[in-house]
Design a protein around this ligand. Structure first.
Ligand SMILES: Cc1ncc(C[n+]2csc(CCOP(=O)(O)OP(=O)(O)O)c2C)c(N)n1
Length: 280
């Protein structure tokens, strides 16, 4: 795997953040804050951890990435297109009539997309299915599942969390995008989800806590885990709306759609030049 530099990945994160804002504006799609929160995690996973090949998206030996927080799929679409799974021009069709990029993902809607998600609480069980199948078939692929913190209110997450260590699924890595918000308020006020790290640990996972918006921190944890003994849970502290000053930690951006003026302001903040071709 080619080792792209941190500065390359940071530039890419900026471009992708801008794409997400345009996509939300054009497609009139919500969940922008949720998508911005997990940009760095998904970029780090696809550029420095996952073994996937856009020329052979269904390779039985590929690593699997499951975006359990499916409402943030614009980030996954932007990453898959940047990896070469499909043309960037398609991003501008996001959430529109007849588009192959629906607001919540379905498998086969686009190459590289592994699972239908959007109904929260199911991605970990899907990931466990892949991980267990890999063990049974003696394959050495790994499976990464990205959950959100409000999603951890779902009982199905904890049933799955109990199952993976029991089956010794050391090919499974779960990341929780811990941005402390959900749709209608603060995660901790809606349900007491803390202490999250200790909970996963008590369920038998090897657990880590990182800054999920710091690319170096994310890469360090991926590199540390080339040999794994247990399933891994990474509690990634993030900021909802990360990267745009007037969106960060403002949960109105769970649903709000940016105006043309806000797109322009965000573009300036991200220092995206007019000459940059973000959609071709
Ligand atoms: C089972 C289920 N119930 C409700 C919803 C509606 N819904 C979409 S996003 C969301 C909140 C998500 O908050 P969180 O999981 O913390 O993710 P964030 O957007 O903060 O990243 C909800 C309740 C859903 N998608 N699935």
């Amino acid at each position: 795997m080619q080792k792209h530099s941190i500065s390359f990945l940071k530039n890419l994160a900026n471009t992708i953040r801008y794409q997400l804002i345009e996509m939300s504006h054009i497609g009139k799609a919500s969940h922008l804050g949720s998508s911005l929160s997990c940009v760095d995690l998904i970029i780090a996973a696809y550029w420095r951890f996952l073994n996937v090949n856009p020329m052979n998206p269904l390779d039985p030996n590929r690593d699997r990435f499951i975006l359990s927080k499916g409402h943030a799929v614009s980030t996954l679409y932007a990453v898959l297109s940047a990896k070469g799974f499909f043309k960037k021009a398609l991003l501008k069709t996001f959430n529109q009539e007849g588009s192959s990029l629906p607001e919540h993902p379905t498998p086969k809607c686009i190459p590289g997309l592994e699972a239908a998600t959007g109904s929260l609480g199911h991605g970990l069980s899907l990931g466990i299915g892949h991980a267990l199948a890999g063990k049974i078939m003696n394959k050495d692929y790994k499976v990464v599942v990205l959950l959100s913190d409000g999603e951890c209110n779902e009982g199905s997450v904890w049933e799955a969390a109990m199952f993976a260590p029991k089956k010794n699924l050391n090919n499974l890595i779960t990341i929780v995008d811990y941005n402390k918000w959900q749709a209608t308020g603060k995660s901790e006020e809606i349900m007491q989800i803390s202490p999250l790290k200790e909970k996963w640990q008590a369920f038998g996972w090897q657990t880590y806590e990182i800054d999920g918006n710091d690319l170096q921190d994310i890469l360090n944890i991926f590199e540390k885990n080339s040999s794994r003994e247990k399933p891994i849970a990474i509690i990634a502290h993030t900021i909802k709306g990360k990267g745009i000053s007037f969106m960060e930690n403002d949960n109105n951006w769970h649903y709000r759609i940016p105006t043309q003026e806000e797109v322009k302001l965000a573009k300036e903040e991200l220092k995206i030049g007019d000459h940059e071709k973000c959609f071709c």
